[in-house]
Ligand binder design. Structure first.
Ligand code: XIL
Length: 378
């Protein structure tokens, strides 16, 4: 090809590229990067979501698309819990957890491990002997150490931080009388942190719990974190689950707890954010028969009325603004699921309801407050 032809070809290419660029600009696709939670707020804190095994396996590609576009962090909703990952003594099933970590790594998403020591979804064998009697303190320590070491070292360098102990404090501030507590006393908590740190000294370690706005619980968690720190243990953040409702908690109480936890010198993470749009469960006299009760408890089986949706969006927005206000110590905000259709709240605390607690609706569309947050410039 002589120079003349090369010039002609490259001029042709340039004209062609200009056309493409102009067309793309006209369609608004080149100059403006898409405004998503991650692109707009990702410099404030990690924006996370829980993922279920079906999503990770690619069986819900629309949910995967939402995760990739809007979120910078993920947490497994169930597959790292003891009953799933360590169902029998000496037998682990890492398949779903490995898939989640691989998925996150491929997409540049930060992973939180959830959770190492929890009384719920605990494998039935974990705290008892072959006759079903509680094991000795020594045996339980050995089992905890083996479980924690196996998980934390398997994902060393790939999981950024772990919910080491989940839900150890009751709403009145007392210790939950879990099998761990019954056998080891409060000592099981520092031990869990110690084992996790030994397995991966670089991993962040968190204490995670719900109903954190209740003053008695707030105080107990503050004391617990202080005591862990006094013992020289690593603890990076308090995780506030934030499974909230339309009428609880008060946003000021929530903020008081955020500030109290931060004052101990750790970060705060909003770890399981969702807000039920349904009535809080309480059986009152005027709905005494079961059918009336069921209907009263599941009032929006088809769609959320506009007035409720507006109130829900306004309250969710206020919470997000609170998280932004404290972005100096809030390091992650994680929704407990991708879309309303996936949420555990459809079955908790009452099974079979239709709830609307998450940031994306059943059609994978952002809720109005999410859309508004994404469209705003600071
Ligand atoms: C829930 C899951 O979302 C459900 O799928 C499962 O059936 C029960 O557990 N606190 C926690 C989470 O720390 O692990 C729980 O997740 C919700 C409450």
């Amino acid at each position: 090809m002589d120079n003349h032809i090369i010039l002609k070809v490259s001029r042709g290419m340039a004209a062609f590229m200009t056309c493409i660029t102009l067309a793309a600009c006209a369609a608004g696709t080149v100059t403006t990067p898409e405004r998503t939670l991650k692109t707009v707020y990702g410099d404030k804190f990690l924006i996370g979501t829980a993922m279920n095994a079906r999503q990770v396996a690619g069986e819900d590609s629309a949910a995967v698309e939402v995760v990739k576009r809007h979120f910078s962090a993920v947490v497994p909703e169930n597959c790292m819990k003891c009953e799933n990952i360590h169902p029998e003594e000496g037998r682990y099933d890492f398949r779903d957890a490995d898939a989640l970590v691989d998925f996150a790594e491929a997409g540049g998403l930060t992973v939180t491990g959830h959770c190492l020591i929890w009384h719920s979804q605990l494998a039935p064998w974990f705290t008892v002997d072959d006759k079903g009697q509680p094991v000795s303190a020594e045996v339980l320590k050995e089992r905890m150490k083996e479980h924690i070491t196996t998980l934390v070292s398997r994902y060393k360098g790939r999981v950024k931080g772990w919910d080491v102990v989940n839900e150890a404090i009751m709403d009145d501030g007392s210790y939950r009388k879990s099998p761990f507590y019954e056998i080891l006393g409060e000592e099981y908590i520092p031990l869990a942190f110690q084992y996790a740190h030994e397995a991966d000294p670089d991993a962040e370690l968190y204490y995670n719990d719900y109903s954190m706005s209740i003053p008695a619980k707030r105080d107990a968690v503050v004391k617990l974190v202080q005591s862990l720190k006094e013992q020289g243990l690593r603890v990076d953040a308090v995780g506030m689950q934030a499974h909230i409702g339309m009428d609880y908690p008060g946003i000021d109480d929530f903020e008081q707890s955020m500030l109290a936890f931060a004052a101990t010198g750790v970060n705060v993470m909003i770890t399981e954010w969702d807000m039920s749009a349904l009535p809080t469960v309480s059986r009152t006299a005027d709905v005494s028969d079961t059918v009336a009760f069921r209907e009263a408890m599941n009032p929006y089986p088809d769609a959320l009325p506009d007035s409720v949706s507006e109130a829900w969006n306004a309250r969710m927005r206020s919470f997000f603004e609170l998280f932004l206000k404290h972005a100096d110590f809030v390091t992650r905000v994680t929704a407990w699921g991708v879309t309303d259709g996936d949420s555990w709240k459809n079955d908790f605390p009452v099974p079979g309801r239709t709830d609307y607690p998450l940031l994306f609706d059943r059609d994978y569309q952002p809720k109005p407050f999410v859309q508004a947050l994404c469209n705003e410039t600071e």
